[in-house]
Design a protein around this ligand. Structure first.
Ligand code: GDP
Ligand code: MG
Length: 438
C-alpha cells in the first residue's frame, strides 16, 4: 500500500536528516523533490499545489529554519498537512426510521458488488442485518454474484424476476420493514463509461430509494481517474460518501490523497483486499501514518514537547565545555537514554552501529575530571590524563579520543551561535554526539 509514495517521501525526509540546520535553499530543494514525488504518485495537481504551499509556509517559519531536528520537524509538518488534505472520515449514517438504505454507485469493476457483501458483513459483526438487493439487471451474472455473496455472509437477499429496479426497491422496503431488517444495501448498475442514460437510471433509483447514504465505490487503482469519476457522480446523482477500494494494490496513493480535497465528499470506508473482512472504516490518521512509514508520531510529538521544556531550562550564559557536555548527556539519559531516542532517527541508527557503552565510557571519563578540568580542558596534560584514565577505568587512548572529539565538536559549535545551540537541548545533542563520537 502506497509503496511509491512512502518511499519518495522517506527519501526526502532522510535527506533532510543528514543536514544540520536547514537553510531556505534546502527547503526549496526539498519542496521541488516533494512535488515530483506527489505528481508521480498521481496526486491531483490542485492537491499537489495546496500541499506544497502549506509545507512551504510551515517550513519557512523562523523557528523551523533554526530548528534542532529538521527531519523530525518536517515529518511532523508533512503529517499535519496530509491529515488535513486527506480529511476526516465520516461514520455511516443511520436513518431515524429503519431501515437505513444505502445505495452503492460506481463504474463496473470498481468493487461495488464485493463491497456490498463486505458492508453487510461489517454490519453483521455489529449486530445489524442487511438486505442485499441487486439492481444491475442487465447483467445476469451480477445478480448471481450478489446472491452468492449474501449466502456466504449469511445475510438476507432479495430479488424477483421481471420486476423493474423501482419495483424491486418498493418491495425491498416492505420486506425490510416487515422482517425488521435494519439495513438495505442496493447494488446499482454501473458501466465502464459514464453516460447520460446510466445517470438517468441512477437518478431514478435514488429518487425511489431516498437513501440515507449514497456511496460511491471507487477503485484507487484508477488514481486521478477515480477522482474525476467521483466528481461526475457527485454532480449527476449526489454523493454522501466514498468507499475507496483496492487500497491494497495501490502503490501510488494519488486517489486517496486527492479524493476528499477535490470532491469535498468524505471517505467512509476503505477496501483493503478481496476477502469479505477486508473493509475498514476510514481512519485518516492511520492512513497518513502508513503513507509516511512513521509508526510512532505520537511518541515523537511528546518528545518534541519535552525537548521544548528542556530548552527553556538551559541558561543563556552557558558556554560549551565538558561540564555542559556532561549535563547534556545526563539530561538525555533522563529522557530515556540514547537508545530510546535513537528510534526517532531510523536513518542514523540504520547507518551507524550505536553502542551505549561508548556513552558510559565518555561519561566516566568526564566524571573523573575535576571541575576545573571540565571547564578548561586545555589544562589536561599527560599526568592528568593518566589520573583520569585510572579513575574512569579507561585508557589514556580513550581520554585522548574524547578530548580530540570534544575539540572537533567545540570548533563546529563555535562556528554557529553557541547560545542558540545550547538552548536547543536534548535531541540536538543526541545527533551531535552520535555524529562526532561514534
Ligand atoms: P463491480 O463491477 O463494481 O461490482 O466490482 P466487483 O465487486 O465485481 O469487483 C471486481 C473485482 O475487484 C473482484 O475481483 C473483487 O474481488 C475485486 N476487489 C474488490 N474490492 C477489492 C479490494 O479492496 N482489494 C482487492 N485487491 N480487490 C478487490
Ligand atoms: Mg457488480
Amino acid at each position: 500500500m502506497f509503496e511509491n509514495l512512502r518511499k519518495g517521501i522517506r527519501d526526502i525526509l532522510d535527506r533532510f536528516g543528514r543536514k544540520g540546520l536547514l537553510t531556505k535553499s534546502d527547503i526549496e530543494e526539498g519542496l521541488s523533490e516533494f512535488k515530483k514525488v506527489l505528481i508521480s504518485a498521481d496526486v491531483n495537481l490542485k492537491v499537489v499545489k495546496e500541499i506544497l504551499k502549506r509545507v512551504e509556509e510551515e517550513a519557512l517559519k523562523e523557528e523551523i529554519l533554526k530548528s534542532v531536528l529538521p527531519e523530525e520537524q518536517i515529518t511532523k509538518i508533512v503529517y499535519d498537512i496530509l491529515l488535513k488534505i486527506i480529511g476526516k472520515g465520516a461514520p455511516l449514517k443511520f436513518s431515524s426510521i429503519p431501515p437505513t438504505e444505502i445505495l452503492l454507485f460506481g463504474i463496473q469493476g470498481s468493487g461495488k458488488t464485493t463491497t456490498a457483501g463486505k458492508l453487510s458483513y461489517f454490519l453483521k459483526n455489529r449486530g445489524y442485518r442487511s438486505l442485499l438487493v441487486p439492481l444491475d439487471l442487465k447483467r445476469p451474472g451480477a445478480i448471481k454474484q450478489l446472491e452468492e455473496i449474501a449466502n456466504m455472509v449469511d445475510t438476507p437477499f432479495y430479488f424477483e424476476e421481471n420486476l423493474t429496479p423501482l419495483k424491486l426497491i418498493k418491495r425491498a422496503k416492505e420486506i425490510a420493514k416487515k422482517e425488521r431488517i435494519e439495513f438495505i444495501i442496493y447494488d446499482t448498475p454501473g458501466r465502464i463509461h459514464i453516460d447520460q442514460e446510466m445517470m438517468k437510471e441512477l437518478k431514478d433509483i435514488k429518487e425511489e430509494a431516498k437513501p440515507t447514504e449514497s456511496l460511491l465505490v471507487a477503485s484507487s487503482l484508477l488514481g486521478q481517474g477515480s477522482v474525476d469519476i467521483a466528481l461526475e457522480f457527485k454532480r449527476m446523482v449526489g454523493l454522501t460518501g466514498i468507499i475507496a477500494t483496492m487500497l491494497d494494490g495501490d502503490s501510488k496513493g494519488g486517489a486517496i490523497l486527492s479524493m476528499r480535497y477535490v470532491t469535498s465528499v468524505p471517505i467512509k470506508f476503505v477496501g483493503v483486499g478481496e476477502k469479505i473482512g477486508d473493509l475498514e472504516e476510514f481512519d485518516e490518521e492511520s492512513l497518513v501514518l502508513r503513507i509516511l512509514g512513521q509508526p510512532d508520531i505520537k511518541g515523537l510529538i511528546k518528545k518534541i514537547e519535552t525537548i521544548k521544556e528542556e530548552k527553556k531550562e538551559v541558561s543563556k550564559k552557558e558556554k560549551f565545555n565538558l561540564e555542559t557536555f556532561l549535563n547534556q548527556i545526563e539530561s538525555i539519559e533522563k529522557m530515556g537514554g540514547f537508545s530510546s531516542l535513537m528510534g526517532y532517527f531510523p536513518m542514523i541508527s540504520d547507518s551507524m552501529k550505536f553502542d551505549e557503552k561508548n556513552i558510559k565510557r565518555m561519561k566516566a571519563i568526564i566524571q573523573s575530571m575535576t571541575k576545573k578540568e571540565r571547564l578548561h580542558p586545555d589544562i589536561i596534560d599527560g599526568d592528568r590524563k593518566k589520573r583520569i584514565a585510572k579513575g574512569s577505568g579507561t585508557s589514556i587512548n580513550d581520554v585522548n579520543t574524547l578530548l580530540k572529539n570534544y575539540k572537533l565538536m567545540k570548533s563546529m559549535l563555535e562556528n554557529k551561535n553557541i547560545d542558540k545551540i545550547l538552548k536547543r537541548g536534548g535531541i540536538f545533542w543526541v545527533q551531535t554526539i552520535i555524529r562526532f563520537l561514534m
